[in-house]
Ligand binder design. Sequence first.
Ligand SMILES: *Cc1c(COP(=O)(O)O)cnc(C)c1O
Length: 367
Amino acid sequence: MLDLVPQNAPLLPAIREAFERVMTKNAFVLGTEVDAFEREIASLLRVKHAIGCSSGTDAQLLAMMALGLGPGDEVITTPFTFFATAGCIARLGATPVFVDIDPHTWNLDVDRIAAARTPRTKAIAPVHLYGQPCDMPRMLEVARALELPILEDAAQSVLADTSVGMTGAIGRAGWLSFYPTKNLSAFGDAGLATTNDDALADQMRMLRNHGSRVRYHHEAIGGNFRLDGLQAAVLRVKLPHLQGWTEKRRANAARYDRLFAQAGLDPQRFGTPVRREAGHCYHQYVIRTGARDALRAYLTEQRIGTEIYYPVPLHLQPCFAHLGQREGSLPNAERASHEVLALPIYPELSEAQIDRVVDAVVAFHRR
Ligand SMILES: *Cc1c(COP(=O)(O)O)cnc(C)c1O
């Protein structure tokens, strides 16, 4: 499903050198490597402020704390995402309000946002799932009309581009993850908070370090959300390669698309999202089929790795049962959770490997 060795192996000499730099400078937490990484990735994302964090989850928590979200507040979001998106909202005492997804893109359905708005709604938190940008021009229109800020979960969508900017750089704030399985990956946990708002960036930098600007003086209650120098050093070595890796992911996806189309599988029973936003960075290449679990078992037998993102939508998780939604409340998300299957898509995948995956999927469907 994912092999990081072919990506890391050629970079190891440069990474060792970067580690030496950190070790001799004693800049283990924040410091020069983190500062340089923040400048370099901000320029790549075309965003004014990039704030290195201890994980994507912590970056989200930091952004939401800096915006003052808390008890009584509601945030409109998607139920079809990684747990952290809603978990961070709830950890601050706010309520995630799950709105169903667009069955054609698997992203938060823009047309359902207005109806979910209440006097307590404080923000819209869309997720660019699998690296496919949400319809951001329309999302911006809706958010403007409702006078709500957009907070973007760009954890899966580094370098996914849209007509209104890079994902993560469009809304009031955003966050990215550099967890080892993500498109840009550290050697452990790491993340980034983003914003074009100077005052918000200043607040986030202060809260990232226990609400302190001057050591041992605390103007607010923050946390330890800081990025390590060693992680920043690894990320800086990888950053110049990210555009090339993204192009390879796009080429791999195009090959899958072409081969599946040539195989003539019934698109009603088998398929990729019907509408593909341009600028998709293919964190995942996901197909859907009513025979998902049987297909997955067959591919496992053929020694082909697959993954299910995500088997249980968040409104059906036991920890959110108190929100009162049940089976049937958000049918598009529920259906997706039964049908989606992610295939290997990492940049170093060979054409022969892709062909073997396609042959196996086609053989399964012909049986
Ligand atoms: C990975 C991920 C996160 C959390 O990032 P971590 O770095 O693992 O904390 C949040 N949201 C989504 C959609 C993710 O995929």
